[in-house]
Design a protein around this ligand. Structure first.
Ligand code: ADP
Ligand code: MG
Length: 699
């Protein structure tokens, strides 16, 4: 695509929402906010607590200029009166950062904590940091955050940003959520499985608290784009407030013709903008995954080197969940005026976050997301089109600080054919974890739980069968109930298959090793693979590689890390992501505590890796694949064709049986993170099940 061929179909996003029932008519829109310095510290890093007078003044001025500010009075009245509210407002209007503060300042919900959920940890952390800065308090005091394995709150915390998964976990301990006076479910349009279940949990908690004459629970559902009728109906006709106006307008350009190669189209767009726009206008490009982003970064850097003289410099910054923390932080630092920042990101930058200096958004319209088919029992990650709601969120990133421009690398006709809303994750993922959670929440009949959108009966049935195979549930008097093992499994902040591995490990005398493996698999990758140094990476990793697979290789790396301690030099030399490694070590400590609570015998199998792999086989047997005579692999449960991912240490090997952690669908269906196992172990783990599945072994 080139600007020349882009249609002149320019729309101002401000007009995309019906102005009905507006609480803030924006006829006299304030002048655009002045350029303000913005910096952000992410992931709980200690910030210097020095607020210059100037910066503070600018921030307060900026707060006052947010569209939401003009509706403050009306909003507070509604918030005070209503038990449940649905709030729609353009991205950037100030919902997430301001509503919690308005509630607090107006004394609403002071008896308890105000919770604001976010689907992503990066958003929860960065928002908490921003609000703490606006309120001039140290992060972790009045304002804190809780994300998996990381809690920066204290007894004084009254406003708490947390991931939806963490609130769900708290609900297992206390389904009435008694600590909270207000729960704000933010970014509701994303329809993550955790948020979807939370809708049911808060609704039930509200009702029960009323019946028991306890402190009422206020519920606020927020988004820029959502199916309001569905939400309003679900919450017994809750009122919908439309917060009108966006702070900055955004022009949208579509391509004239469909693009067969979205990567090529993004490259052309990036360099077109680069040649025409002033260098302080930064670009945010939405791509689908780490490998694609890394390869595009290389290409951009290469092209940038050969641009004609007079062209501005370019810094290319990748952004994805497993990127080392300091590199994620670079995204939020202000760049130099004469050097353009080009950020290549997955959908982690799609909602909630504000990246300074972004003027242009390039949206490929593609995303990597989960897809599940109960018939095949396969949950795969695959590249697919975004929904309109996601496309609007992406567009919104261009107008957070100033007016912006969004290039959509698809035609307007194609856009019109996108789904309006993202298909709820609950309808496209394996439900084993969800079902286990619901049972742990003591929901009387999980099959009739008050889902906002029901998952398919087949998917629910498949999940229950999996939990039965893992020994987590049993049928009693036509009811499905948790077994003693199931109750313990639910207490771990892990997928059922991993908690099962931990709970089984004493039988194989390898709890210490399993703790390590599960912890390493619970954090973003501890391996850092810069493409430019492929050969070097390969040669230093050799010493850790185990012919028994990736799990054992990770275990070797962790053991080496333990021997040398947290050493910057060691991380660098071995291409290990130090932050993720430290995180894994903290996770391990927390999981170990839960094990101790349940009296799990903590032994080490020492050099006997057979025991460790047997233990893995006994819990992860649902993800197993078998080598076929033609050299390919087929999964054991549904005989789906799969291949070993090139990132695996087993890429060039052909073991007869392997376990895998996940499936990734790109050009083919790949297994990632593999472990070599024996067929007999699989059979021992679930004789009846494998009696049906395994050829060649006892049947
Ligand atoms: P919404 O939830 O309605 O999308 P937010 O409350 O997240 O809006 O943000 C409102 C505005 O506040 C943003 O458009 C941006 O200008 C500013 N802002 C929010 N967070 C940050 C941040 N971390 N750094 C700089 N500016 C921010
Ligand atoms: Mg928001």
């Amino acid at each position: 695509m080139t600007r020349g061929v882009a249609t002149e179909c320019v729309r101002h996003v401000a007009t995309c929402l019906a102005p009905a029932r507006s609480v803030s008519p924006m006829d006299n829109r304030p002048p655009p906010a002045k350029k303000f310095k913005s910096s952000l510290s992410l992931c709980g890093q200690k910030r210097e607590n020095v607020f210059t007078h100037e910066r503070e003044r600018e921030m307060q001025q900026q707060r006052r200029e947010l569209p939401i500010c003009r509706a403050r009075g009306q909003l507070i009245t509604h918030l005070r009166q209503r038990e449940t509210l649905i709030l729609i407002g353009e991205t950037g209007s100030g919902k997430t950062t301001q509503i919690p503060q308005y509630l607090y300042e107006a004394g609403i919900g002071r008896q308890g904590i105000i919770a604001i959920t976010q689907p992503r940890r990066m958003a929860a952390i960065s928002l908490a940091a921003r609000v703490a800065e606006e309120k001039k308090t140290e992060l972790g005091k009045l304002i804190g955050y809780t994300v998996r394995f990381e809690d920066l709150t204290s007894d004084q915390s009254k406003i708490k940003f947390l991931t939806d998964g963490m609130l769900l976990r708290e609900a297992i301990g206390d389904p009435l959520l008694r600590r909270y006076s207000v729960v704000i479910l933010d970014e509701a349009h994303e329809r993550t499985v955790h948020t979807d279940i939370l809708f049911g949990i808060v609704k039930a908690a509200q009702r029960k608290r009323k019946e028991l004459h306890k402190l009422p629970l206020k519920v606020i559902v927020m988004s820029a784009t959502m199916d309001v009728d569905l939400f309003s109906q679900y919450f017994n006709g809750a009122p919908v407030l439309y917060l009108e106006g966006r702070q900055h307008s955004i022009q949208i350009f579509y391509t004239k013709k469909p693009q067969s190669d979205y990567l090529h189209a993004s490259l052309v767009s990036i360099f077109q903008i680069h040649q025409e726009a002033p260098p302080w206008h930064n670009i945010l490009v939405f791509l689908t995954g780490q490998e694609e982003i890394e390869s595009m970064s290389r290409t951009c850097r290469e092209i940038a080197k050969h641009l004609p003289q007079g062209c501005a410099q370019m810094t290319v910054l990748p952004l994805y969940a497993s990127l080392p923390h300091p590199q994620q932080l670079r995204i939020f630092q202000l760049g130099q005026k004469d050097c353009r920042k080009v950020i290549l990101s997955t959908n982690i930058a799609e909602t909630s976050v504000t990246i300074p200096g972004i003027k242009y958004v390039v949206d490929t319209g593609m995303v990597k997301a989960k897809r599940y088919t109960p018939e095949s029992g396969l949950e795969v990650l695959a590249v697919q089109q975004v929904s309109k709601a996601q496309a609007w969120q992406r567009t919104g990133r261009a107008g957070r600080e100033h007016a912006g421009i969004c290039y959509r690398l698809y035609t307007e006709d194609e856009f019109e054919k996108f789904l309006n809303m993202t298909v709820p994750e609950i309808q496209r993922c394996n439900l084993a974890t969800v079902m286990l959670h619901l049972l742990a929440l003591r929901i009387p009949n999980i099959l009739t739980f008050d889902f906002i959108s029901k998952p398919s009966p087949d998917a629910m049935q498949a999940a229950i069968e999996q939990l039965e195979l893992l020994g987590a549930v049993e049928h009693k008097e036509s009811q499905i109930i948790l077994t003693a093992m199931g109750k313990k499994m639910a207490a771990f902040p892990l997928e059922p298959r991993f908690s099962k591995t931990l709970l089984l490990s004493p039988e194989f005398h390898c709890a210490e090793e399993i703790l390590t493996i599960v912890s390493l698999l619970s954090v973003d990758s501890v391996l850092y693979n810069p493409h430019v140094k492929q050969d070097e990476v390969h040669s230093v990793r050799k010493k850790f590689i185990s012919s028994e697979g990736d799990h054992m290789t990770l275990l070797n790396i962790y053991q080496a890390f333990k021997n040398v301690g947290a050493h910057k030099e060691w991380y660098k030399e071995n291409f290990v992501n130090g932050r993720n490694m430290t995180m894994a070590s903290q996770v391990r400590r927390q999981l170990r505590e839960i094990c101790v609570k349940f009296g799990v015998r903590l032994e080490s199998s020492r050099s006997d890796t057979g025991n460790i792999r047997r233990c893995l086989a006994h819990a992860l047997f649902l993800n197993a694949a078998e080598l076929q005579p033609d050299g390919t692999y087929a999964t054991l449960d549904t005989r789906q064709h799969v291949a070993i991912h090139p990132s695996s240490v087993l890429f060039h090997c052909k073991p007869s049986y392997v376990l895998y952690n996940e499936l990734l669908h790109t050009s083919k269906c790949y297994m990632r993170d593999l472990c070599v196992v024996d067929a007999e172990w699989l059979y021992e783990a679930a004789p009846e099940y494998f009696g049906r599945k395994l050829k060649g072994v006892k049947s």
